[in-house]
Design a protein around this ligand. Structure first.
Ligand code: CNA
Length: 238
């Protein structure tokens, strides 16, 4: 058995980070917030950038701790059956739980660092956020360009190396587990189909229905913090 796990925002709601589309999701409650992560609006409008930086400054992810679900996935690696953890999350909680950085493929980037959109300057997001009270739209210290957290915004392409690795991991596994993702954001949402096409079993762990439920071998609706540790135990018991 080899297992590839795809995680989405739902695995981190137990850490206090709201998802986007769940019942308490950021966009469910504040649909206008979606614009803060749209690359065209971000690059064109200083007001969007200022609101975006305020959103990041208030983001609960900076103080979040991993849950039992993040930790359970480390056991798959310890048992030698993990192909990869593919994550759409930018919160770093898989690594914080003990997953080896090499095992985690960050498909939508990471909020931990920020880069200039014009030159190759890059630095910790925490340092940029420290400037925000005085500079609502902080600029690159080297060239004055627009800064942006290293998170893939809507309208941007995904990092090719991460995407290639994700497709390889989907092809190689015998069990593909999708956890806490609405499976609606492409191209990541194609990955379960790739795994199924290559003969893997598909397990969906999500409170709400996903487009893949009817193709899945199992659908677990229980809270992720309970369902994932139980599933890992079951998989390892063989
Ligand atoms: P999503 O579209 O918001 O879906 C999350 C899904 O998780 C929903 O269908 C919920 O029903 C489900 N869910 C939430 N909590 C639980 C729970 N405790 N038990 C069971 N099910 C639960 O999120 P996706 O990840 O599918 O969407 C992809 C976006 C969200 C990516 O671009 C991410 O970068 C982005 N995102 C990431 C974070 C983060 O890093 N923690 C937070 C919010 C959004």
């Amino acid at each position: 058995m080899t297992v590839t796990v795809l995680t989405g925002a739902g695995i981190s709601t137990g850490s206090g980070i709201p998802d986007f589309r769940g019942p308490d999701g950021v966009w469910t409650r504040h649909p206008e917030a979606a614009r803060l992560l749209e690359i065209d609006a971000y690059l064109a409008e200083p007001d969007v950038r200022a609101a975006g930086w305020r959103w990041w400054a208030a983001h609960p992810g900076w103080h979040a701790r991993p849950t039992a679900a993040h930790r359970a996935l480390v056991e798959l690696a310890d048992a030698g059956v993990l192909e990869a953890v593919l994550t759409q999350n930018f919160d770093g909680l898989h690594q914080a739980a003990g997953s080896a950085p090499d095992d985690v493929v960050e498909l939508h980037g990471s909020a931990a660092t920020t880069s200039c959109t014009r030159c190759d300057w890059s630095g910790p997001t925490a340092d940029v956020l420290a400037r925000v009270p005085a500079e609502p739209d902080p600029r690159c210290p080297r060239c004055g360009g627009v800064l942006k957290p290293d998170v893939v915004y809507f309208g941007e392409v995904l990092p090719q190396a991460a995407l290639d690795r994700a497709f390889r991991a989907a092809e190689a596994c015998s069990v593909f587990v999708a956890v806490g993702t609405s499976l609606t954001v492409h191209p990541v949402a194609t990955l379960p189909l790739v795994a199924l096409d290559h003969g893997a079993d598909l397990v969906v762990v999500n409170a709400e229905p996903t487009p893949y439920d009817r193709l899945a071998d199992r659908v677990l609706r229980e809270p992720i913090d309970e369902a994932v540790p139980a599933l890992v135990e079951e998989l390892l018991a063989g």
